[in-house]
Design a protein around this ligand. Structure first.
Ligand SMILES: Nc1nc2c(ncn2[C@@H]2O[C@H](COP(=O)(O)OP(=O)(O)OP(=O)(O)O)[C@@H](O)[C@H]2O)c(=O)[nH]1
Ligand SMILES: [Mg+2]
Length: 456
């Protein structure tokens, strides 16, 4: 891949500074054709990563901005190719004109993720790091960003590589045994292999365990606020958000359709859905709303079941308890704590467990509720940031690798032929190789050659 690509790296909005990025064989000469430094020094004459001050030219050669330009030569750049970057004023017009000028000298528009794809193909980033780039950009909480940054620094890749290397060591020996049947595996070595497989199994099982938390880190917790009409569901949504997002009125049945918003509680992102009050409705539109409310509760991971604490529990509330109790996680919220309490908290607590008294009106108890929700999903003693799996593809590969390692252990334990063990170890390696993006066969061959061919 030698063609030269370019893109506006800072999106289409008006910003203080906007960046145009160029990568490929002609990146630096293309930069020289649209940029004139004030010092008269060409970009092809400058050292790497030095910012040069000068003029950006449009495709007619007119000055369209006064900006900074920097170049990095292969392989010491993000993509591993020659690259140039223009730090312009963040006007979409300026940036588009700069890009058009580059197209005129033979540069083409980069595809989505193409700079990072090139970094991977050029061996600058492994696949887990390349995937971390997009996770980092899309992170919605600090915890998600920390994990993605850790992966970008190679924490996940290194962990997988460590396991891969152990397996490679075992497989190389088994290959030798198959090729040279006279060379037996001695008991000491066999014990080491069993220990290595146990270690790999534990590490992979730990990674797989982190996936539940990782999915929450990346996607947030789908949360439905449910309750009978008028208990203060929309008021609770507003109190959690900190602004008047949903309409609140004393009229029962105010919320007709679901309302979705995101909030951050500590390290957790909640995808909140406010719903219509659940009750037996005659009105056709309200009925549809109630159906949606039930649907939201069914697909939610967390249900916040809201009750009016100033009234006694009735059958509509009991129907809400029933729906909430079926959710994987549920919290009871006894609202209107500013009024005289009437409700029997015991009955609710018995069915739903965690119960919080709040006033959506005054804000009392909202902080404690938020802390409680945060603690519910914060995770305890789990993998450090950077070693949490957030990606289904990676989790699937780890699962397959783990299965194969367990099969290999069983084969070793049963004293099966070396090729049966080898087949499983190879499958595990190929699954792990999918995470880092390496090619399995070639490097196994290389390592075997390295270890066994000298003098033999
Ligand atoms: N005193 C008091 N009133 C509240 C509180 N929370 C909500 N309310 C009042 O209760 C009424 C209903 O509030 P909403 O938030 O609209 O209730 P809802 O559950 O969303 O109602 P529907 O959308 O109709 O199902 C409004 O008059 C609110 O002002 C509270 O904590 N204390
Ligand atoms: Mg409402």
């Amino acid at each position: 891949m030698t063609d030269t690509i370019a893109a506006i790296a800072t999106g289409g909005a008006v910003t203080a500074i906007g960046v145009i990025r160029v990568s490929g064989r002609n990146a630096i000469s293309a930069a020289d054709s649209i940029f004139r430094s004030k010092s008269g020094i060409k970009m092809c004459e400058t050292i790497d990563r030095k910012l040069m001050y000068g003029e950006l030219l449009n495709s007619d050669g007119d000055v369209i901005d006064v900006c900074l330009c920097t170049v990095s030569r292969a392989p010491n750049s993000y993509s591993g190719e020659d690259t140039a970057e223009f730090h312009c004023h963040g006007s979409p017009v300026v940036l588009t004109e700069g890009l058009r000028a580059l197209f005129k000298v033979g540069v083409r528009q980069a595809e989505a993720g193409e700079f990072t794809k090139r970094a991977f193909l050029n061996g600058i980033l492994d696949l887990s790091q390349a995937e971390a780039v997009i996770d980092l950009i899309e992170a919605e909480t600090e915890a998600a960003a920390l994990n993605a940054a850790g992966q970008l620094c190679g924490m996940l890749g290194n962990k997988i590589e460590g396991i891969y290397d152990q397996l490679l060591h075992i497989s190389a020996h088994f290959f030798a045994v198959i090729d040279y049947p006279d060379e037996d595996i001695d008991a000491f070595e066999l014990k080491n292999y069993i220990a290595s497989l146990l270690e790999a199994e534990a590490a992979l099982a730990g990674l797989l365990d982190s996936f539940g938390r990782g999915a929450i880190l990346k996607n947030g917790v789908l949360t439905a606020i449910i309750g009978k009409p008028n208990v203060g569901k929309s008021s609770l949504l507003n109190a959690l958000l900190g602004y008047e997002r949903a309409i609140v009125t004393p009229v029962a049945g105010t919320t007709r359709d679901t309302i979705e918003e995101k909030i951050r509680l500590g390290s957790i992102l909640l995808r909140l859905t406010d719903t219509a009050g659940i009750r037996e409705a005659d009105d056709f539109v309200e009925k549809l709303g109630v159906e949606r409310a039930r649907g939201a509760a069914e697909s939610a991971r967390l249900v916040l079941a809201v009750f009016d604490g100033s009234r006694s529990l009735d059958d509509d509330d009991r129907a809400v308890i029933e729906v909430a109790s079926r959710a994987p996680y549920h919290i009871a919220v006894l609202n209107k704590s500013d009024l005289k309490p009437q409700i029997s908290a015991d009955e609710i607590q018995k069915r739903l467990g965690a119960t919080y008294c709040v006033s959506a009106l005054t804000g009392e108890g909202i902080g404690a509720l938020a802390d409680g929700v945060g603690a519910m999903f914060a995770g305890k003693g789990e993998a450090p940031a950077g070693e949490i799996l957030t990606n289904t593809r990676q989790a699937d590969a780890v699962r397959r690798a783990l299965d194969s390692i367990r099969q290999a252990q069983a084969a070793l334990g049963a004293g099966t032929t070396p090729d049966a063990v080898l087949t499983e170890i190879e499958s595990a390696m190929s699954a792990l190789g999918e995470i880092t993006g390496r090619t399995v066969r070639e490097d196994i061959t290389a390592r075997i050659f390295e270890r066994f061919c000298v003098g033999k």
